[in-house]
Design a protein around this ligand. Sequence first.
Ligand SMILES: Cc1ncc(COP(=O)(O)O)c(C=O)c1O
Length: 241
Amino acid sequence: MNKSNTVGAPLEQSNLFYQNHTQRPFLDVARGVYMWDVDGKRYLDASSGAMVSNIGHSDPRVLEAMQAQMSKATFAYRLHFRNEPAEQLATLTASLMPEGLDRVFFVSGGSEAVESALKLARQFAVATGAKSRWKVISRYPSYHGCTMGALALTGYAPLANPFAPMMREMPKIPTPTCYLDNDNYNDHERGLRYAEMLREEILQQGPETVLAFIMEPVGGASTGALVAPDSYYGRIREICD
Ligand SMILES: Cc1ncc(COP(=O)(O)O)c(C=O)c1O
């Protein structure tokens, strides 16, 4: 092993790729909302990492379930085998979804989920004779992932711009950052105004070319947990319908 990857070695000499050389602690243990570095210093993880460790670190119930399953089997290819944990999780997920959404497709992360959703929507359009539909409208700012399809939907220029010639960028409408708006409308009215921008964009793009609209119901990295006014979501549903 290269010594530069061991505790105490300078980050610059690490064999791991880091996007910048900001020094960071060496993690040892994480439990619940706390993380400890190798020197025993404790940190409060107030942001759940990148807003992903939402049930806390190393939940004993999760560890137990992982250990139990891993001691039985670690991989089963879905074209060859069914397996009980995946079946159970699918049933639980479906029970939490709105009526009619009762099939679940598991992937490894957010970007892949967005890619899969894009392809599912397009394949549905092709299968139902609506081949002219391919545009997926998203919002600016937004974050939908780092793979090329998800990046085309992501509304953040520094991430997307270098790759613009390599992908088909998709139309964007403004994210309802109402708290920044210095106007005379109330929140209800602002929600409806922002939703209206979707209707206008669909008309401008040509409704027969529009495949889907994608948004973060609760904003992630790009908008810091932004939530639209209540009036927004229902109107967006109506417009899509
Ligand atoms: C709304 C949303 N979609 C997609 C992603 C991409 O997920 P991943 O990093 O697991 O590929 C993220 C990640 O922050 C996200 O917040």
